[in-house]
Design a binder for this molecule. Structure first.
Ligand code: ATP
Ligand code: MG
Length: 315
């Protein structure tokens, strides 16, 4: 695991156990979660439903106490009031005062976040612009779609100009254009030196912008690191494209590969490893055919994620 030199978030063996339902059944939402997030990082916290993402985030913003272990933010206990002033937060299901307009809501949030009165109007206007909601600024929020509310929620998280932004499923309700805009906002925050921690199960968005990713399954952080580390040289298979085959050799090659797809004169053979490639090459030579391309197929984050989730869900 990479060493984080200037951690903004630092947890040690964090555990959370809930008692719920009839008989007070114990639910382990977090088990020995230890990780750091460095200053200026975009950290993606990835996990399926019920994995423990919201439980961890609630501890980080001081809304819940861990059952065991420790969570430090800016080197202090997460629930410390001085910490809260430096953190912006978007909850999973934000509550909005429906009868307020977007501008009124953000001005109220700015006041609560301690923004000086003289700066409130300017701050709110620039945030409305950032989340592309200027056109609806004067509209009561009860008429907003889920994606519009999400945009206002993101603006609200940024209103106090926080050094650390913690967002629980920020892309929920956003369409593909909205997700792209959101990614741009996050990268812009990093450019300003801010630290961003967000949870999601949208793998593609994590893949595009995160410096590091933590994968949580059933309360355990099963993998953490740069995407390069998590996916490093993780070649799953090779796809070899062969042309100039006669019928007999085509049949031999089709049997050698895990799968074989014909496309006109070409045959695309998939083999699992180097030895498979060698076998294909030997047959190609014997057949007097030609190799057009050998493409290593690397694991995507999605493959990786599914391999971890497989069989572990709902345990
Ligand atoms: N207040 C609570 N009381 C009892 N159990 C809870 C409570 N909050 C969460 N849990 C349980 O803890 C586990 C983790 O839940 P959590 O909400 O942290 O997951 P999540 O990763 O945020 O899921 P999602 O992607 O659905 O938001 C689940 O089994 C959930 O049922
Ligand atoms: Mg959640």
């Amino acid at each position: 695991m990479a060493v984080v030199t200037d951690p903004v978030i630092s947890t040690v063996k964090l555990s959370k156990v809930y008692r719920s339902g009839i008989g007070m059944r114990l639910v382990s939402a977090l088990v020995d979660v230890t990780f750091d997030v460095g200053r200026g990082e975009i950290f993606g916290f990835l996990g399926p439903n019920g994995a423990g993402k919201t439980s961890l985030i609630k501890i980080l913003i001081g809304l819940a106490r861990p059952t065991a272990g420790n969570a430090l933010v800016f080197g202090r206990q997460a629930r410390d009031a001085q910490v809260k002033a430096r953190v912006g937060f978007l909850p999973e299901s934000p509550y909005f005062y429906e009868y307020l307009t977007a501008t009124e809501f953000l001005r109220l949030s700015a006041g609560l976040a301690g923004v000086p009165g003289s700066e409130v109007a300017g701050r709110v206007n620039s945030l409305l612009k950032l989340v592309r909601m200027e056109a609806s600024a004067g509209v009561q929020m009860r008429g907003f779609s889920r994606g519009m509310l999400q945009r206002i929620g993101i603006a609200q998280a940024l209103v106090g100009d926080p050094e650390l932004v913690i967002l629980d499923e920020p892309m929920g309700g956003l369409d593909p254009v909205g997700r792209k805009e959101f990614r741009d906002i996050i990268v812009g925050l990093r450019d300003q030196g801010k630290t961003v921690f967000f949870s999601t199960h949208i793998l593609a968005d994590v893949e595009m912008i995160c410096d590091r990713v933590g994968i949580i399954i059933n309360g355990r952080m099963v993998n953490i690191g740069g995407l390069g580390d998590i996916l490093s040289d993780d070649v799953q298979a090779y796809e070899v494209t062969v042309t100039g085959l006669t019928g007999k050799f085509r049949k031999v090659l089709e049997r050698v590969g895990d799968s074989a797809i014909r496309s006109g004169d070409a045959l695309l053979v998939t083999v699992p490893d180097d030895a498979g490639v060698d076998r294909v090459m030997a047959i190609v030579r014997e057949a007097g055919a030609r190799v057009q391309a050998i493409v290593p197929r690397k694991r995507t984050l999605e493959d990786h994620f599914m391999a971890h989730v497989g069989g572990k869900r709902g345990a």
